[in-house]
Design a protein around this ligand. Sequence first.
Ligand code: GLU
Length: 439
Amino acid sequence: MSTIVRFAPSPTGRLHIGNARAALLNWLFALKSGGQFILRYDDTDVARSTQEFADGIKADVAWLGIKPARVEWQSKRFARYDEVAQSLRAAGHLYPCYETADELDRRRKRQQARGVPPVYDRAALNLSAEERAAFEAQGRKPHWRFKLAHKPVDWVDMIRGPVHIDTATVSDPVLVREDGTYLYTLPSVIDDIDFGITHVIRGEDHVVNTAAQVEICRAIGGAVPAYAHYSMLLGPDGKGLSKRLGSLSLQQFREDGLEPMAVVSLTSLLGTSDNIHPCTDIRELVDGFDLRKLGRAPARFDEAELKVLNAKLLHMTAWSAVASRLPYGNEAFWLAVRGNIEKLDDAKQWHEIISGNQVGIILDDDKDFISKAHDVLPVEPWDQRTWKTWTEAVKAATGRKGKDLFMPLRRALTGLDHGPELAALLPLIGRDRALARLA
Ligand code: GLU
């Protein structure tokens, strides 16, 4: 049986770092097992879901390098959900409830005050036909709960190991609202069955849902998939990220000029037993991928770490991987400057320093020295050894050495006192520009 996984975002916003992690863990699992990855839009909330967000998610997924084998939309499957809900009603798995949100809220508060877990008391299950008719006569429409078996549900989680949840400790989940629309729980199970999902890999905030969904899946007669629940992401301060997720969107990272593979490397390795390091090729992550490497402790996401990783990634990126994105430069240029940039866009500054009408900085004390250096500049052709040839000649002509020799030359040639190796920069600057800057 071949593996089929799904990534199921709601198109009610753009993807953030937490979604990226869900997408990538599923994608790596699919690649490792030679299986399929389905992008499923959980857009049952038609009022909040938009095409614009769906398009944005598609772009974000593509930016991460993920290629879904299929794209599915829950909003196109309501007829199928109606059909299954109807058969669950007929089999007595769903029961109608008439409580209003206020009533339920008051009941929960009373339970909490008494120190009782806020589990739905199943009052609606005891309604007589007359009582139900009376509610209907008032114009009340029922919402529908799934009657849990109140038995243990056990599974061996691919990350958490054996999990045991007695569904007597859980409220019967509402599957269908008063207006006939669906909450997340049922459509997700139906889709997992219909699309042949073999492995559900998602956050641990879904563990309790899983117990209910396993029961629902069995009630429908579907094959129960394997489950893996990974721990949540926390911020560097150990606090939850939920309030900050808006600013941690992939769109923002892209606009900030970060490399997708930096985001991919970090989100794939966070919370695993592997060291976090930059990978330029997804294959490396696939080879090392194993859900068992994910720990149960929350993983910490730090934007500062992402930036450092981005720089490290660029420092090892080949020219061929960036050439199409740089409208200037060549391989020698890239190899010279890549170690001195944090974002790809920073390369532009070095291009301008090398090729533009750069005015060098020459301090008064260095004027005589620079003038002598100007006079011994070798003739072309130049290569990486030219720097050595020249500086030896400058040393012989001026008696200067070390920092006193190199720093004034660097300042004169680049206008800065730091930067890439001058041995690499000098041939890129070329003799004409070098002479002008030293003049
Ligand atoms: N749309 C759900 C979510 O984003 C999907 C959860 C799941 O993977 O089942 O939480």
